[in-house]
Design a protein around this ligand. Sequence first.
Ligand SMILES: O=P(O)(O)OC[C@H]1O[C@](O)(COP(=O)(O)O)[C@@H](O)[C@@H]1O
Ligand SMILES: [Mg+2]
Ligand SMILES: [Mg+2]
Length: 322
Amino acid sequence: MRRLPPVLIEDGCSRELLSLIRTILAACKEISFRVGQGALSGVLGSTLDENIQGETQKKLDVLSNQLLKDILLESGYVKAIASEEEDFTVAGNPDAEYIVAFDPLDGSSNTDINSLVGTIFSIMRAPKGSDAADPAIFMQPGHQQVAAGYVLYGPCTTLALTIGKGTRIFTLDKTHGSFMLTQEFAKIPEDTKEFAINASNQRHWQPAMQNYISDLLAGETGPRGKNFNMRWIAAMVGDVHRVLCRGGLFTYPADTKDPNKPFKLRLLYEANPMAMLVEQAGGMAHTGDERILDIDPQEIHQRVSVILGSKNEVETCLGYHK
Ligand SMILES: O=P(O)(O)OC[C@H]1O[C@](O)(COP(=O)(O)O)[C@@H](O)[C@@H]1O
Ligand SMILES: [Mg+2]
Ligand SMILES: [Mg+2]
């Protein structure tokens, strides 16, 4: 079984990018350990604080963010970082080549129930001559990402990673702390009978999504002529991992529940990296209006609607949006 560094070098990964990825993974190994300690870690439960997006921060959100931020900034490999748990971008080494956006702990409401959580990251090049303190360096469409990945802290700790040459899956060998290649190339089946959506929002969806989901639920007796199963982990990282493993459609569509917040998932550190991983595994990732990776971001915590997964099923869903 092969370790991560030689695999990435074979894929043409530069030494500097490899060092940056290994730096992120060093923090993720520490997060994996803390998450795995559960109640023994002393960091379950919520803080008294909210992030800039008005969401209560879990103690593990804050700890994971601090671990990633410290190790990345100390490494000298990043010019700037953007995080779900930071109000603004943070400047790093002005001479570094890369910038990193991350969701330190995705699905953090799952920490208290011993369910799936993960870290999602997106790596881009800093534009030449850019100022490390200028948030505009993150305003690049997702197709410019040079690498994207997530680390899923589940019964085992799994890394899905792409540097634009397919999506590979690694498993953390906790006996010696190395990520080992356990799936050469993830390939999302084009067809599926499984979908994931938070159905409690159903009455707030737009008509296109209402119609699409009601046709899935009608199963054999409806226009689709086949039965569909439904799953919802409440952590995008867990739902996308299932899609990478066995296909499916995952969506968090626009809704009218809160007129100030029509979308849930964040573009820079949730939708973009997941879209790259999914496309590199042969799937599709769309908002309903456009390809996620083609969106020009306007601000670091921007939210978007997400429809991703098995190609033919995403296309069918998009057919309802025309
Ligand atoms: O609360 P809901 O509607 O089930 O939303 C779940 C979604 O929210 C998220 O948990 C948001 O991520 P964070 O935990 O990083 O805020 C997604 O991972 C997930 O798909
Ligand atoms: Mg998240
Ligand atoms: Mg998070």
